[in-house]
Design a protein around this ligand. Sequence first.
Ligand SMILES: *[C@@H]1O[C@H](CO)[C@@H](O)[C@H](O)[C@H]1NC(C)=O
Ligand SMILES: *[C@@H]1O[C@H](CO)[C@@H](O)[C@H](O)[C@H]1NC(C)=O
Ligand SMILES: *[C@@H]1O[C@H](CO)[C@@H](O)[C@H](O)[C@H]1NC(C)=O
Ligand SMILES: *[C@@H]1O[C@H](CO)[C@@H](O)[C@H](O)[C@H]1NC(C)=O
Ligand SMILES: *[C@@H]1O[C@H](CO)[C@@H](O)[C@H](O)[C@H]1NC(C)=O
Ligand SMILES: *[C@@H]1O[C@H](CO)[C@@H](O)[C@H](O)[C@H]1NC(C)=O
Length: 388
Amino acid sequence: MRLSWLAFCMNAILASAGPLKPARHTCQTDLACPKGTVIVSKTDSSAHFTTVQDAILSLPNDNTTQTILILPGTYKEQLNVTRSGPVTLLGQTDDPTDATKNKVTITWAQANHDNTGQSVDNVFSSVLTVAPTLEASYSGSGPTGYPVPADTPFGNVDFRVYNIDFRNTWSEYSDGPAHAISFSRANGGFYYCGFYSYQDTVYVGKLGNAYFHKNIIAGQTDFLYGFGTAWVQSSEILLRGCGGGITAWKGTNTTFTNNYGVYIADSSVRAANESIAPSIKGQCALGRPWNSLHRSIFARTSEDASIAPTGYIDWVVDGQSRLTKDTIMAEYQITGPGFNATGRRAGNVTIVMTDREYARYNSPAKVFQHPNGRPGNINWIDWTLDTN
Ligand SMILES: *[C@@H]1O[C@H](CO)[C@@H](O)[C@H](O)[C@H]1NC(C)=O
Ligand SMILES: *[C@@H]1O[C@H](CO)[C@@H](O)[C@H](O)[C@H]1NC(C)=O
Ligand SMILES: *[C@@H]1O[C@H](CO)[C@@H](O)[C@H](O)[C@H]1NC(C)=O
Ligand SMILES: *[C@@H]1O[C@H](CO)[C@@H](O)[C@H](O)[C@H]1NC(C)=O
Ligand SMILES: *[C@@H]1O[C@H](CO)[C@@H](O)[C@H](O)[C@H]1NC(C)=O
Ligand SMILES: *[C@@H]1O[C@H](CO)[C@@H](O)[C@H](O)[C@H]1NC(C)=O
């Protein structure tokens, strides 16, 4: 059943007696939710569904805004959102602004191969997939990846997730791509979420626009990768080992000037815990070019001693370097022991940007583009978050 109107009003009155809270908080903490909110729980008999995917499949295929509230628990399932209308997934929590206190976990254990070595496209490993079609979500291979048909419609225009952890538990070390998320041809914001695996954890595919705010992103190898545009704001990037680099992007030539790439701002990059820190000291690369048009920038971010003296590294295949004058592997105003100015200069792969060089990329409004290249595609980002 849906929340009764009476319960909704009672909760709204109770909630309004306290200090004013954002609407999503009252839903997450007091069950005072927008009318029509779909509730998921494995154990609570008042819930509409016991799996998140059944709740997703129950949403009407139209342009209405839909909200799903997930009650505390661990849900072992793969999620797949093809709907284009706005969708918000809320994890119930006592602490809506702290990802370390999340009570909802979606988990699955899969890589892009099985134990016999048979492999499939990386998307099949994902805990969460958001894309309008299967082809739109393929990463494919080669410098330009899977050729997604040009007439593929755009997918979700406004996808939002709050306080949910996504964990791919295939292995406890890099053992091939194991996505926590695959996000293509869609706009989406992730707030106080966690993404955990070891390799290729967060994939932002073609025409994917993904914004991450105060998230925890933990991995070992190429764990922020893709073709689209990702902005990681005020988040924790946790190194569970070193391998490849943190970022691995494939850029695309377009008729307009594009800003496809991954932008990390005001964040922290560090060893996942104190036991692993000594063994990865000076070993982890910030990124490596998945193709020559790789673009990634770490800005105003602190780096612990895990980072290699050169910062980024090259990716040499068959003796061929992928570095060209168009490869952008950059840092801007970095603090912490991971920034070694001598090492960066000696390595000659990391660009240390000036204010002027960074200016083109210094806000989500500049980098998130509409599919036709027009900038300022940011109406789907939640700008009403608390500042705490
Ligand atoms: C949803 O909105 C788009 C334009 O934003 C429109 O083309 C489409 O027909 C709408 N779909 C439905 C089911 O109303
Ligand atoms: C997601 O669902 C769509 C629609 O049912 C399906 O075509 C597609 O194969 C699914 N994607 C994955 C990765 O399973
Ligand atoms: C530290 O992180 C590593 C890598 O994820 C993990 O294997 C290990 O169990 C963690 N140790 C502790 C004490 O949490
Ligand atoms: C982009 O264009 C350059 C110059 O024409 C070409 O060398 C490169 O292979 C292209 N890269 C991709 C990924 O399309
Ligand atoms: C910084 O880089 C230089 C040159 O690679 C290296 O000699 C030095 O040991 C590095 N310093 C630290 C603290 O890692
Ligand atoms: C740095 O690398 C570029 C090519 O990426 C090369 O042209 C330049 O000579 C190198 N500089 C040094 C000091 O090695």
